[in-house]
Design a protein. Structure first.
Ligand code: NDP
Length: 355
């Protein structure tokens, strides 16, 4: 019989690719969205099942409410819990992020425990739950043994750390009759092709450079993972027996934002873009952060490389990552294809025509 997978936050960047991958593999997929009438966020999902072996249905459920979760998990064999608030700036009240992340995760897990059918949940956590808030100067990469120090973490980092901890604690306490397995994926910065022009999260790093929306790059380091490879990691964590009870970092070596800019400039500046390849000093980010919440977030990350070790995922999940340069270029190609960014020459011509 066809196995059924619930994917939460179906409208999201990562979830969309997980859904596509699962459908290609012949799974029946049920996706949760917050609002079934929100066409701009979910229209692209209906096309994902075209030509795929599996079937897709969408249902409504919000992490802030108990409503809909028992129905959403009913009859599912697996759950990929991907949904979580993912802001581009720093919220005024950190509970705006933490509460839906933690309470929402527990809502999904409670529904799984009561379902009688769910065998395993894969939770999309983050390297933000591993490498944040540490003061160590040791250049050794962080591994799955490490946990972020919440007292010194940003609101988003806290939300991911506390939600993952809550999930592990919850499954550890489950009564025998309600037991299901948990595996966790901890991705780095997720890039790769967007499925819709509405996609706006981590790909903003590429979008702002390609659109020259900033004059250069602050010294921010990322450990990039391709969203297509990440979808495969989720599926392997869902099906491989030995993955139960484990967390897996999925991310490459540290790459500085300026190096992302250089890769983009080499490929796209000859095609009419004006990707800035210079650096932005910390003091300028500090000034910009007084007006711009994205820059406030950037300020907190400056000067620190993201060093994480994904050896365990490669070894145990039988998992591979494509080269980061390919991922960066494919992200940009998809943003151009979806009309999110246009070449500077065409932008200037359009502005001149409407002036
Ligand atoms: P998106 O913003 O594209 O997706 C987030 C999804 O979560 C959306 O579907 C959103 O729904 C949903 N969501 C947010 N708040 C709620 C809520 N209260 N109730 C129900 N659904 C909600 O982000 P990504 O796809 O990039 O991220 C997905 C997951 O991956 C998150 O858990 C994020 O923390 C994690 N992650 C992402 C990384 C990245 O670089 N992108 C890196 C590491 C981890 P709606 O469309 O209605 O807003």
């Amino acid at each position: 019989m066809t196995e059924r997978v619930l994917v939460t936050g179906a409208s999201g960047f990562i979830a969309g690719h997980c859904i596509r991958d699962l459908l290609d593999q012949g799974y029946a997929v049920r996706g949760t969205v917050r609002d079934l009438t929100s066409a701009d966020k979910i229209a692209h999902l209906y096309g994902l099942a075209d030509g795929a072996a599996g079937e897709l249905e969408l249902v409504e459920a919000d992490l802030s409410s108990d409503d809909g979760w028992p129905e959403a998990v009913a009859g599912c064999d697996y759950v990929l819990h991907v949904a979580s608030p993912f802001p581009s700036g720093v919220p005024d009240d950190e509970d705006e992020l933490i509460r839906p992340a933690v309470d929402g995760t527990l809502r999904v897990l409670r529904a799984c425990a009561a379902s009688g059918t769910v065998r395993r949940v894969v939770l999309t956590s983050s390297v933000a739950a591993i490498s944040s808030g540490h003061s160590r100067r040791d250049p050794a990469p962080y591994t799955e043994h490490d946990w972020s120090v919440v007292e010194h973490s940003t609101a988003y980092q806290k939300s991911k750390t506390l939600a993952e901890r809550a999930a592990w604690d919850y499954v550890a306490e489950l009564a025998e009759a309600q037991r299901f397995e948990l595996a966790v994926i901890n991705p780095g910065l997720v890039l790769g092709p967007v499925q819709t022009a509405a996609a706006r999260t981590s790909v903003n790093v590429v979008r702002t450079l390609l659109a020259r929306a900033q004059p250069g790059s602050p010294a921010i380091g990322f450990a990039v993972v391709d969203v297509r490879d990440l979808a495969v990691a989720h599926r392997h964590a869902m099906t491989l027996p030995h993955a139960a009870g484990h967390r897996y970092i999925c991310a490459g070596d540290n790459i500085w934002m300026r190096d992302i800019a250089k890769t983009l400039a080499a490929e796209f500046n000859p095609r009419g873009f004006r990707v800035p390849t210079g650096s932005v000093p910390r003091w300028l980010v500090w000034i910009a952060a007084r007006f711009d919440p994205t820059m406030r977030l950037a300020l907190e990350l400056i000067g620190r490389p993201e060093r994480v070790d994904s050896t365990k995922a490669r070894r145990e999940l039988n998992w591979q990552m494509r080269p980061t340069e390919r991922t960066i270029i494919d992200t940009a190609e998809s943003l151009i294809e979806h009309g999110v960014v246009t070449p500077a020459r065409r932008r200037l011509a359009r502005q001149a025509a409407t002036a």
